[in-house]
Design a binder for this molecule. Structure first.
Ligand SMILES: [Zn+2]
Length: 200
């Protein structure tokens, strides 16, 4: 679509994959979807991306089956990762790890832990506590030693993202109806209980 197609590209799945996620902003939108961002305005706030570009990228990700676009209970629209989209997590994780290794001298910017036992995940996503290959919804991200509080926004979406939380857990910003806020509060409480259980 956006990259010129060559004969060499026809037999390279990396070239095909980059047609879907290789444009500027696209993987950042996918990353934010992993962080729990679901609404157009929240993506726009967090990424400071031109709205026309955001609309274009979201449309393309929906067309490729990476995101779904659904009406939410409050009469708005929500974008969520599909199963196909969730399979991009190792790509996002590997690029974050590479960025930490070469461009973050004071350490990882975001640490990944197994929400159940608090074990740190290695660069392949395996829990160093229980040895499990941790599924995406059980991964908790939290600011690491390389995290720079000055280098982040202070809007509700950024604040939520920079607070330890599980991947895919929806971010509920103040505009949302109180009913959905209560629902999310229940899920958070459930997550806390699980985290408090002993390991094993
Ligand atoms: Zn574990």
């Amino acid at each position: 679509m956006t990259l010129p197609s060559t004969y060499a590209d026809r037999n390279c799945s990396l070239a095909r994959a980059l047609e879907v996620v290789g444009e500027r902003w696209t993987l950042l939108i996918v990353r934010d979807a992993f962080f729990g961002v679901r609404r157009f305005g929240d993506f726009a706030t967090q990424l400071k991306i031109p709205r026309a570009v955001l609309a274009d990228r979201l449309k393309s990700l929906v067309r490729e089956g990476v995101l779904t676009r659904d009406d939410d209970a409050a009469g708005g629209v929500e974008y969520r990762l599909t199963a196909k989209g969730v399979e991009l997590w190792p790509v996002v994780r590997a690029l974050m790890h590479w960025g930490d290794a070469f461009y973050s001298p004071s350490g990882v910017r975001r640490a990944a832990r197994h929400d159940r036992d608090g074990g740190l995940l290695d660069h392949e996503g395996r829990c160093q506590e229980c040895g499990a290959a941790v599924p995406v919804p059980e991964i908790r991200l939290e600011p690491g030693p390389g995290f720079d509080p000055e280098g982040t926004g202070h809007d509700p979406v950024s604040t939520a993202i920079n607070t330890p939380r599980r991947l895919l857990e929806p971010i509920v910003t103040p505009r949302t109806s109180s009913a959905r806020g209560r629902e999310a509060g229940t899920r958070r409480a459930a997550g806390t209980r699980r985290a408090a259980e002993p390991a094993g």
